[in-house]
Design a protein around this ligand. Structure first.
Ligand SMILES: NC(=O)c1ccc[n+]([C@@H]2O[C@H](COP(=O)([O-])OP(=O)(O)OC[C@H]3O[C@@H](n4cnc5c(N)ncnc54)[C@H](O)[C@@H]3O)[C@@H](O)[C@H]2O)c1
Length: 361
């Protein structure tokens, strides 16, 4: 199989779809991997590293996109739509429910678009979202703590407090991977932590993990309305697979938070779960609305590309190998990979993404 890896062009995105280790495995199995020059530099990998692993370095994005299987990290941006022409497989994060233009572009292309985030194991776990969710969850508290600092626009609260002064309160909406990892870091810092979820089995599991160190609450409008105004750091971490995130916190509720509190909505890639949240970028990560600092960067792991590229590859490589070795047949043989297919033969096929767009014309 001819495999192409273009350089990521999203703002401050330094990850790359394949690491040199993955390229070596693919080359050893007879596949030809073309890497756009300098595409790995942000993750700490030089063109020479890729050449030594067996890759061919190509000088333009167009050449990387010309291959039969294109491996990326983030969704194609508008500047890349022109490459969505010849029939090919694209394997990357897509998050289509929050991106109507890209959905339309893929529908009018010949591309089989397979989204990392909807590859799903029989028990419902999302193996290719998990590593980035772990990273984003851990980063959410790291970023949140920083934006609570006065010089960053925050209210000047130290999350861990100090004997004699209350610790900060961290309110986490969604106790899945992101929420759990956020809680681990917040607990480690000494903050007071609450997690809200609608899945009682998950809440029970979290109790085995955190004991009484974290308050575990069923997520509904009244419990959220009570907690949010008390929070110093509010973390959005809900997910209904493939669908737009539900809005759990209204503008009015945000206005009841202390001025200088911080919202980190990790679920921004699925549209966000806070009414006042809009997408931001690593170059301009925050803005203030209703007196509260908002952070809505959809590619948080891009801040730690050395870790994130390797973590992503550890999980994606088995699926990349299946696509490379079996082509489109892999989608018939592997039910988990088949769930990753969002668009094929000009049709939006993922049911949850379909639901997000009843009005596509
Ligand atoms: N911004 C980024 O850089 C970044 C990185 C990784 C993941 N994400 C996003 O973070 C979000 C969470 O990912 P995850 O891997 O933790 O998902 P997950 O499926 O592991 O967890 C989501 C949790 O939300 C819960 N939930 C659903 N509806 C809820 C509601 N109304 N109230 C409370 N909880 C509710 C679910 O029961 C589940 O436990 C996703 O949108 C994902 O795409 C963003």
């Amino acid at each position: 199989m001819k495999i192409g890896v273009p350089r990521e062009i999203k703002d401050q995105e330094f990850r790359i779809g394949l690491s040199p280790n993955s390229v070596r495995v693919l080359s050893d199995q007879g596949h030809q991997v073309s890497i756009e020059t300098q595409a790995g530099v942000g993750s700490g990998f030089t063109d020479e590293d890729y050449q030594q692993a067996g890759a061919k370095i190509v000088t333009s994005a167009a050449e990387a996109w010309q291959q039969e299987l294109v491996i990326k990290v983030k969704e194609p941006l508008k500047e890349e739509y022109k490459y969505l022409n010849d029939p090919k497989m694209l394997f990357t994060y897509l998050h289509l429910a929050a991106d109507k233009d890209l959905t339309k572009a893929l529908i009018s292309s010949n591309i089989t678009a397979i989204a990392y985030e909807t590859v799903e194991l029989p028990d419902g776990r999302l193996p290719l979202l998990t590593p980035m969710s772990i990273i984003a969850g851990r980063l959410s508290v790291q970023f949140g703590a920083r934006y609570l600092e006065k010089q960053q626009g925050g209210r000047g609260v130290l999350l861990g407090g100090i004997p004699g002064v209350s610790a900060g309160r961290v309110v986490i909406l969604g106790g899945g991977i992101v929420g759990t990892e956020a809680a681990k870091i917040a607990v480690g810092m000494g903050a007071k932590v609450q997690i809200f979820d609608i899945n009682v089995d998950r809440l029970a599991y979290l109790e085995t993990l955190f004991g009484s160190r974290v308050e575990l609450l069923y997520s509904n409008a009244s419990s959220i309305e009570k907690a949010v105004p008390q929070g110093d750091l509010l973390i959005g971490a809900v997910l209904v697979t493939g669908k737009r995130a539900p809005t759990l916190v209204s503008r009015e509720l945000v206005s009841k938070m202390h001025p200088g509190s911080v919202i980190v909505d990790v679920a921004v890639d699925q549209g966000g779960c806070i009414e006042t949240l809009r997408t931001t970028s690593h170059s301009s990560p925050t803005y203030v609305a209703e007196g509260v600092v908002h952070f809505g960067v959809p590619n948080m792991p891009g801040a730690v590309p050395w870790t994130a590229t390797q973590a992503l590859n550890n999980s994606t490589l088995p699926y990349v190998l299946k696509l490379a070795n079996q082509g489109l047949e892999a989608l018939e043989k592997d039910a988990s990979l088949a769930k990753g297919v969002n668009v094929k033969d000009g049709v939006l096929v993922h049911p949850a993404v379909q639901e997000a767009f009843n009005d596509l014309t």
